[in-house]
Design a protein around this ligand. Structure first.
Ligand code: MD3
Ligand code: FE
Length: 234
């Protein structure tokens, strides 16, 4: 894949003459750790979560999914998405033939479960003191053949608030585009434990997941990938 950049390869490697590890430290204001790298303004912390933190998150997510089961939202065209989803928090993301929106209950009528404390702690550590608390934790489950086409995240009211993405399980090939459809794109393999912050100008970039690489992680009991995205909705 031309232009693809492996974060695993970045560990122990050099970025502009500095080791990635050395770039990870408090920024000047002490607000948060410096990202290991940035791609089109997207801050990337490769391997931010160690194995035990990843395992603890998976346990938290089992509890979320047992209360709010995964479902396949319908696209505007009425076809089910290949990614299965659920949410935690005050709002959950939903889509059917009427369009994309946030709803305050699971489609089965129950409340969305609270966002796990361990997930909130990652938001606090990486989004800085200026960010509001997240109101939605979208849980995306990718089976071996699932993908997500290029789109913008614009169902939220305040684009000045960041979006935080946490990858777990098998590698996913992330593609970052531009502020409008078309143009050159840049690809990046997201690995288990990697965290991204979408903020400022990168908040409205087109982006998607081209494919996952089944069997590249031992975290989950079945091949697949989980992505958590934390968002301020209102
Ligand atoms: C770049 N999820 O749920 S997360 C989504 O891996 C979504 O499941 C993908 O796109 C996934 O909407 C990508 C990384 C991500 C999330 C939001 C972004 C990248 C972004 C918003 C703006 C730019
Ligand atoms: Fe998105």
């Amino acid at each position: 894949m031309q232009g693809a950049f492996s974060l695993q390869a970045a560990r122990g490697a050099e970025v502009r003459g500095k080791s990635v590890e050395n770039l990870i430290g408090q920024d000047k204001t002490g607000r948060r750790p410096l990202p290991g790298l940035t791609v089109r303004g997207i801050a990337v912390w490769p391997g931010w979560l160690d194995r035990s933190a990843q395992e603890a998150l998976v346990q938290d997510l089992r509890a979320v999914i047992s209360q709010a089961p995964l479902f396949s939202p319908l696209t505007g065209g009425g076809k089910p998405m290949s990614v299965r989803m659920t949410s935690a928090g005050r709002f959950g993301w939903y889509s059917d033939s009427k369009g994309y929106r946030y709803i305050d209950r699971h489609p089965n009528g129950t409340d969305w479960p609270p966002i796990p404390e361990r997930v909130l702690a990652i938001w606090r550590d990486l989004c800085g003191a200026a960010a509001r608390a997240p109101e939605c934790c979208l849980v995306n489950w990718y089976g071996p053949d699932a993908r997500m086409g290029l789109h913008q995240d614009r169902d939220e009211a305040d684009f000045s608030q960041p979006v935080l993405s946490i990858s777990l399980g098998d590698d996913g090939l992330f593609r970052a585009g531009n502020l409008e459809r078309g143009g050159a794109t840049q690809s990046l393999w997201l690995k288990s434990g990697d965290v991204l912050a979408l903020e400022g100008p990168s908040r409205l970039l087109y982006h998607g997941i081209d494919r996952i690489a089944p069997g590249t992680s031992t975290l989950l009991s079945a091949p697949g990938r989980i992505n958590l995205t934390l968002r301020v909705v209102t």
